[in-house]
Design a protein around this ligand. Structure first.
Ligand code: HEM
Length: 385
């Protein structure tokens, strides 16, 4: 029991050292998941990504409960493949560069001068507006308010992770409130989707999937980018600032990729064995979980692994199983092109239009925020002009 709690604590509160500094492949008892095989071995992860008896989707109990039972992230097998094709096709359309830049400019222009603020919080609102614009072509106060109200239902993560608390005891109970806010947001998204412009994500998705897919795309499409933006900003150094502000696109993309190597916002993936599976010298019994450890994969086998060196991404494309901030195999994140483009646009826009500096003395330390790892305090900064 104590051992299980210790591993659970490390995974939740010290995700980077836990996944990076231990052995390369090991077993650990994880609360709620049983005996898990954790691996930072690129060869093993490559084998796992191709294995037909290792599926994603099944271990996401909290996500299933909070976002619904029938969306891409919690699906597996042939159903997953069909929905994945539909979602990937739809996500080829996303908010234009001009709109991304304009929304970013508006949100950062509203930050008061010479007062500390959280970069992640402002990036969160900008990213929410950007994904809403891409999803349904609208980012008005009603949709923003309903999204924020739904997200505030998770202010206590206990409601997500303790199954016993997931009971609808009416609108004043935490779970009851979450379900009602989710229903209101879903309703508003459905209404917006019916009038969405033809080049929007919603219009490219089959209407029968709207009830399941719009809400998860909205949630995953901005929380992740906001946390990544906060990391990128918190890790800036003077030459990088200069090159990004000068509009060097290739460098900006390489810089984002390198920040995501050192500080991946998603720390672990999960795959569940549907039958007995042998991987390398290890065996997974049916129902057991494999957990590819992203901070470890981004650490072992890299030259000067602890240094921030964006140039490495200008020189070569890394092995996709050693560098995987967006996941691996057929479940790789369908939002990756949009997220990378958005991060490049947001960084350039902010550095070209404002003088924003991290709070003096601040050192970005990783902290868990539900499913993500973000810099502590959302990367506090000050806007000087
Ligand atoms: C920096 C931003 C982002 C990061 C770091 C990120 C990371 C990830 C990761 C690690 C996975 C799991 C992949 C696996 O299990 O192998 C994933 C899946 C997913 N992401 Fe993202 N993501 C980001 C942005 C987005 C955006 C913008 C969207 C949509 C608009 C999105 C939608 C999804 C969906 C739908 C899945 C599930 C795919 C499946 O299970 O087939 N993500 N993402």
């Amino acid at each position: 029991m104590m051992l299980r709690l210790w591993h659970g604590f490390q995974l939740l509160f010290r995700p980077y050292p836990y996944f990076r500094d231990a052995r390369i492949t090991w077993r650990a008892p994880i609360p709620g998941l049983g005996s898990v095989l954790i691996s930072a071995e690129a060869g093993l992860v490559a084998e796992a990504a191709r294995h037909p008896d290792l599926v994603g989707g099944r271990a996401h109990r909290a996500m299933r409960a909070s976002l619904g039972d029938d969306h891409l992230i919690v699906m597996s097998g042939p159903e997953h493949r069909l929905r994945s094709r539909q979602v990937r096709r739809a996500l080829q359309a996303f908010t234009s560069d001009g709109e991304m830049a304009e929304i970013t400019r508006q949100e950062f222009a509203g930050v008061p001068l010479r007062r500390p603020f959280s970069l992640q919080q402002i990036a969160h609102r900008a990213s929410l507006r950007i994904i809403l614009r891409g999803l349904v072509g609208r980012d008005d106060a009603e949709l923003i308010g309903l999204s924020q109200a739904f997200q505030s239902s998770f202010s206590s993560p206990l409601v997500l992770f303790v199954e016993g608390l997931r009971r609808d005891w009416g609108p004043w109970s935490p779970w009851g409130r979450l379900l009602r806010r989710r229903a209101r947001l879903n309703q508003a998204l459905l209404q917006a989707a019916r009038c969405a412009p033809p080049d929007s994500i919603a219009a490219r998705l089959p209407p029968e999937t709207w009830g399941y897919e719009l809400l998860p795309q909205l949630m995953f499409g901005h929380e992740t980018t906001a946390a990544t933006f906060a990391w990128c900003f918190a890790m800036l150094y003077p030459q990088a600032r200069q090159r990004i502000a000068n509009g060097d696109e290739a460098f900006t993309l390489a810089y984002v990729q390198e920040c995501m190597r050192l500080s991946p916002p998603v720390a672990q993936l999960t795959r569940v064995a549907t039958r007995e599976v042998r991987l390398g010298g290890h065996c997974l019994r049916p129902g057991e979980v494999l957990m590819p450890a992203i901070p470890g994969l981004h650490h072992h086998g890299w030259i000067h692994s602890d240094r921030l060196e964006p140039e490495r991404f200008l020189q070569e494309t890394p092995d996709p199983h050693r560098y995987c901030p967006f996941g691996v195999g057929e479940r790789i994140c369908p939002g990756k092109p949009m997220a990378l483009r958005q991060l490049v646009m947001m960084l350039q826009t902010v550095l070209q239009n404002f003088d924003i500096q991290p709070l003096p003395g601040y050192r970005p330390r990783p902290v868990r925020q539900l499913f993500l790892v973000a810099p502590a305090q959302g990367a506090p900064a000050v806007r000087r002009a």
